[in-house]
Ligand binder design. Sequence first.
Ligand SMILES: NC(=O)c1ccc[n+]([C@@H]2O[C@H](COP(=O)([O-])OP(=O)(O)OC[C@H]3O[C@@H](n4cnc5c(N)ncnc54)[C@H](OP(=O)(O)O)[C@@H]3O)[C@@H](O)[C@H]2O)c1
Length: 253
Amino acid sequence: MMQKIYGLLGFPLAHSFSQAYFTSKFQALGLYGFSYQLFEQPAVSAVRTIFDKNSDLVGLNVTIPHKIAVIPYLDSLDDSAILVGAVNVVKRLKNNDLRGYNTDFIGLKQHLEILLKQQKGMEALILGNGGAARAARAAVGSLGFTSKTVSRSPHKEFCYEDLSSEIMANHLLIIQTTPLGTWPNVESCPAIPYQSFTPQHIAYDLVYNPSETLFMKKASAFGAQTFNGLTMLHNQAEAAWAIWQNDETISSL
Ligand SMILES: NC(=O)c1ccc[n+]([C@@H]2O[C@H](COP(=O)([O-])OP(=O)(O)OC[C@H]3O[C@@H](n4cnc5c(N)ncnc54)[C@H](OP(=O)(O)O)[C@@H]3O)[C@@H](O)[C@H]2O)c1
């Protein structure tokens, strides 16, 4: 039986649905020698050793907190990873080189494209400034919308303390890209003025476990439409699968 290994590199990984998603996909496709393993590593430098030690390893998903830090350990980057400045998919090429891609960007763009079909000139606030925030900025920008980043660091456009009711009113799409609210820390959420949400707002949380985060609950209490990150997760996983199976580049940038 042909053995192939895929996996997830990050730390921590207890919250992730990726292993369950790919395991049931392999079963549904009758790919009995295929497995999806968790590589829970606090140090991203482990990436090359993981490939060297697992000769059947085809590719990895990369998650928090390694999406930016993994880049220097790779041999080349696809245009998607160059555009975003972060990597969430690694593929071992035929010559054993490691190539980085970004399918978070594709996954979010595909979902936002559907959600925002009727919208024009919408401005977005992106909460957080890590690897997923970079994908969110690229996705929003590629759909022709502008975005501003909200960070705890004073170097970005807004700090959390800056968020007035006027800024909230001018940004009808709020994308939550921090890990706040992820299981088991379900009682945390970003410090934003939730009372400024309205039914015109979309509150989009990249977190998908739990399915309704505290951020979503609080935004929904003021009428906002809310979405969790599950659709994006499935979209990015399918795009990763396509890369590992066939494509060396993402053609739909
Ligand atoms: N649904 C999906 O398909 C999908 C895809 C990608 C990521 N995600 C989720 O998105 C989240 C972020 O992933 P990532 O890879 O971007 O992680 P990351 O690179 O570590 O970045 C997270 C960012 O969140 C902010 N942050 C971290 N801790 C915080 C805290 N206690 N309070 C306020 N802000 C905080 C930080 O920004 P500042 O320091 O600038 O404030 C940090 O840069 C994770 O929960 C991940 O599971 C979901």
